[in-house]
Design a binder for this molecule. Sequence first.
Ligand SMILES: *Cc1c(COP(=O)(O)O)cnc(C)c1O
Length: 399
Amino acid sequence: MIRAASAAGPLFDAAGFVGRLSSLLPARRPLPLHEPSFAGREWEYLKDCLDSGWVSSAGRHVEEFEAMLAQRLGVRHAVAVVNGTAALHVALLLAGVRPGDEVLVPALTFVATANAVSHCGAIPHFVDSAAATLGLDPGKLDAHLGAVAELRADGPYNRLSGRRIAAIVPMHVFGHPVAMDPLADVARRWRLPIVEDAAEALGSLYHGRPAGGFGRLASLSFNGNKIVTTGGGGAIATDDGDLAAAARHLTTTGKLPHAWAFDHDRVAFNYRMPNLNAALGRAQLERLDELIDAKRRLAEHYRQGLSDLDDLAVVSEPANTRSIYWLNAVLVPDASARDDVLAQAHAAGLLVRPAWTPMHRLPMYRDCPRSSLATAEMLAARIVCLPSSAALAPAKPAS
Ligand SMILES: *Cc1c(COP(=O)(O)O)cnc(C)c1O
């Protein structure tokens, strides 16, 4: 999906790009990267929580939110929790990740993906990205496993570290789905469960099927900057009733159901989403199609407005996918062009952002196992994320 930038060099016209970007956007400055939109029944549902006294970690909005979410993801169960990191933490535990295991995660991701692995006492093992999706590259993953791993009775082991490899965590970067069919094939052959980090991709489709519905488990985030927000929040999604029940138990202090007794059968977490947050999320989910439509119109607006610029590639959805374009992004020729753009855009009140620093560059993850990360490094050096709030979309053409 990324056209190769032509001759890279110091001559990238950052001022020209920032001027063009500015001309494509409303006049308000500063213009944040992403703002939530509350134009539905948010007030009504929140007021219902206050009026009824149901504000905490039980209530009808939680149940309704979970049901709507499961339906949207095409899975049987969704368990709402306090944030996306907690969701991924519990999903990994339920997928069988144990202390001392390694978990395959992309180097190019938000730090929460790697942190959730660490919260299990496991070690992230960083793998490379595909330029076509920005997400985990199944072919390179397979070649890397072939080079470093051996299959034993309880799964693949990293021959270099001696540790078991317990799971694969694809992350759908900016809403663009990872190539899930080839990844599922690699996972099957290496007998590894897939746990999707679908935090950025609620509503995205791969071959017509929702992101977040492919893994044994998936995690979602409803942080304030995501397409649907609950203030802070997350969810675990799965088709498996036993895993869903275990997710509820593990996120509700391991409490045994009883009318009055406080009995708990394991060390567990207090991770359930409060009713207040679910009320907000329910109103947001009711508007998901409208929000996706706006984001896709904004992506098209950027594509049309930027694609004639030299040395610039506009990131677009991979083949056979329908992306929600959670964040719009462009690739500039190199890191120095990126830094020029970041500085000049911020000076102009356009709060564009780079991609995340790749995980293996962070001090706590520097010594983790990894494959070659050439594409992740290339992408991190060149990505600039553009203002992507749904409210920035041009008006719908009259029908
Ligand atoms: C937002 C996000 C999360 C979860 O973040 P929380 O703030 O904990 O909800 C996880 N992974 C990725 C890739 C994200 O973008």
